[in-house]
Design a protein around this ligand. Structure first.
Ligand code: ATP
Ligand code: MG
Length: 240
C-alpha cells in the first residue's frame, strides 16, 4: 500500500486545568491516503478544531504520533515545523483571516514573501487568484469583497505555496448556500488539478457527503454515528 499522506496514531490531547485534566482527544488513530478528501464531523466541542490544529502542527499532541507524508511532526522543533507547514500544508478557516490593509493579490502573495522573489510571488499570486476566479478583484481590499470572494482569496493564499495537504475548518460556515456551493466547487477543482489531500471539518451532512470518507468524532474519540454515504469513488455534485 502507498504511504498515507496523513497518519495519526494513538493521539491524545490532554489539557491540565485547575484541579482536573481535560481529555480533549482520546486515542485518535486514522490514515488519509494521498489525494483523498476526508470530512471530519462531530458535535460542537468534540475536538474537531483541536485535531485539525494538531495535523497542522499548530498544536502538539500530549502523546501519540502524527506523520505527514511520512515525516513525524509531533515533537518537531518549531523552526523545522514552520518550514514543513509552509511547504506542505494549506489552512483555511471559517472566518477568512485576511489582512485588511492588503489587496487580494497581496494577501495571496504574502506567504511567499519569506523565500520567493518579488516577481515570482506576483506571478504565482496572479495564477492562484485566476484559479479561484478572482483575477478581476486583484486590487480590491477585503472590505470591498463579498464573504465568498474573501474565502476564495483565503483559499488562493492557502494554496499559493503548492501544499500537498489542505486543512479546512468549516470553510463554508460563514457563507450562504449558493456561495458555499461555489467555494466547494473550487475546492473540488483544486483537488483534481493539484492532487490535493483534504481534511475538512463540517457540520453539514450534505457537505460531508462530498468527501470520499467521513470521520466522526465524539467526546474526543473517533467513531459513533456517521453520516450516511461515506465511501464514493466519483466526484459528487455540490448540493444546491
Ligand atoms: N485552550 C483551551 N482551554 C480549555 N479548553 C479548551 C481549549 N481549547 C479547546 N478546549 C476545549 O476542548 C474541546 C474541543 O474543542 P474544539 O475547539 O476542538 O471543538 P470543535 O469540535 O472544533 O467545536 P466547534 O464545532 O464548536 O468548533 C472543547 O470542550 C473546548 O472547550
Ligand atoms: Mg471548531
Amino acid at each position: 500500500m502507498q504511504q498515507p499522506m496523513i497518519e495519526v496514531n494513538q493521539v491524545q490531547r490532554i489539557l491540565h486545568g485547575a484541579g482536573r485534566d481535560l481529555h480533549i482527544l482520546r486515542d485518535v488513530s486514522f490514515a488519509v491516503a494521498q489525494g483523498e478528501w476526508v470530512a471530519l464531523t462531530g458535535p460542537s466541542g468534540s475536538g474537531k478544531s483541536t485535531l485539525l490544529g494538531i495535523l497542522a502542527g499548530i498544536d502538539q499532541p500530549s502523546s501519540g504520533s502524527v506523520k505527514l507524508d511520512g515525516v513525524e511532526i509531533s515533537g518537531m522543533p518549531e523552526k523545522k515545523l514552520a518550514r514543513l507547514r509552509n511547504e506542505k500544508i494549506g489552512i483555511v478557516f471559517q472566518s477568512f483571516h485576511l489582512i485588511e490593509s492588503m489587496t487580494a493579490q497581496e494577501n495571496v502573495e504574502a506567504p511567499l514573501y519569506i523565500h520567493a522573489r518579488r516577481k515570482e510571488a506576483v506571478m504565482l499570486g496572479e495564477e492562484m487568484l485566476a484559479r479561484v476566479g478572482l483575477s478581476d478583484r486583484r486590487h480590491h481590499r477585503p472590505f470591498q469583497l463579498s464573504g465568498g470572494e474573501q474565502q476564495r482569496v483565503a483559499i488562493a493564499r492557502a494554496m499559493v505555496g503548492g501544499p500537498c495537504i489542505l486543512l479546512a475548518d468549516e470553510p463554508t460556515g460563514n457563507l450562504d448556500s449558493a456561495t458555499s456551493k461555489q467555494v466547494l466547487s473550487i475546492l473540488q477543482q483544486l483537488r483534481a488539478q493539484l492532487k490535493l489531500t483534504i481534511v475538512m471539518v463540517t457540520h453539514d451532512a450534505r457537505i460531508a457527503a462530498l468527501a470520499d470518507r467521513c470521520l466522526h468524532i465524539m467526546d474526543g474519540r473517533l467513531g459513533g454515528p456517521q453520516f450516511p454515504a461515506v465511501l464514493k469513488n466519483t466526484p459528487q455534485e455540490v448540493p444546491a
